[in-house]
Design a binder for this molecule. Structure first.
Ligand SMILES: Cc1cc2nc3c(=O)[nH]c(=O)nc-3n(C[C@H](O)[C@H](O)[C@H](O)COP(=O)(O)OP(=O)(O)OC[C@H]3O[C@@H](n4cnc5c(N)ncnc54)[C@H](O)[C@@H]3O)c2cc1C
Length: 197
């Protein structure tokens, strides 16, 4: 799987009449890949403030308003860089959710896992480069896993491996490095001041 970022500042592509927004990542099929791209790069800047057409919400849906498309008027008033909770994920919200799942799973992994538990954890981690929907993220993770295979011998070892791997991605994306000595505080115990209890 490969993908590339559109760098031609919205110039029309060969195969399509519509200009691609700068920053839109192309998927392995050469088409715009929304799940590989940050939401703010999904649309050209000029059209991003325009209210998008939403499906009507007919019927007696009693679910919370966060689960419903708003009226076009309120959608237009929303911050263009913020997405309502009912929208499909972009590369960032998918990443946050996946890191949350992975770090939390590592935090509750046994300190002395059985051979079966180790095998399941390895299967889970090795499946990600095959199945993660952001193709360039999946490729990147696959390369990292090959270079530094997951350490599933214990909870502590797994959490440390995952923290280091996440930090490699942070560095690649220009994000701050996380202090791995605080991984339990972040993902399991909460801060000592009790603010999360
Ligand atoms: C496997 C994987 C590969 C990815 N590859 C790419 C990619 O190639 N390109 C791309 O644009 N995006 C990629 N992403 C998404 C990217 O890593 C972020 O999730 C996304 O940009 C949102 O970042 P964020 O700043 O909200 O925090 P995130 O990086 O999502 O982190 C969420 C929270 O985890 C905590 N945290 C941060 N670092 C660590 C750490 N080292 N250990 C423990 N906890 C930590 C922090 O509290 C942070 O708020 C990938 C995501 C995953 C899961």
């Amino acid at each position: 799987m490969t993908s590339s970022i559109n760098n031609n500042a919205g110039q029309p592509q060969k195969s399509t009449a519509r200009p691609l927004p700068p920053g839109m990542v192309l998927g392995p099929d050469g088409k715009p890949c929304k799940i590989c791209t940050s939401f703010r790069n999904w649309k050209p800047p000029s059209s991003s403030t325009k209210p998008s057409t939403t499906k009507s919400n007919k019927g007696n849906d009693t679910s919370a308003s966060a689960q419903r498309p708003p009226s076009p008027a309120s959608a237009g008033a929303a911050d263009e860089n913020k997405r309502p909770a009912y929208c499909p994920p972009d590369v960032e919200s998918l990443g946050r959710a996946t890191w949350t799942f992975l770090h939390t799973t590592a935090a509750y992994y046994p300190e002395s896992p059985t051979p079966t538990q180790r095998a399941h954890m390895l299967q889970l981690l090795h499946a990600l480069p095959q199945l993660y929907p952001c193709s360039h993220c999946a490729n990147d993770l696959g390369t990292r896993i090959q270079r530094q295979p997951p350490d599933v011998r214990s909870r502590t070892a797994l959490a440390a491996w995952l923290c280091a791997t996440h930090n490699e991605v942070n560095v690649m994306l220009g994000k701050p490095i996380f202090n791995c000595s605080r991984v339990d505080e972040r993902w399991k115990d909460g801060p000592q001041d009790g603010s999360c209890d």
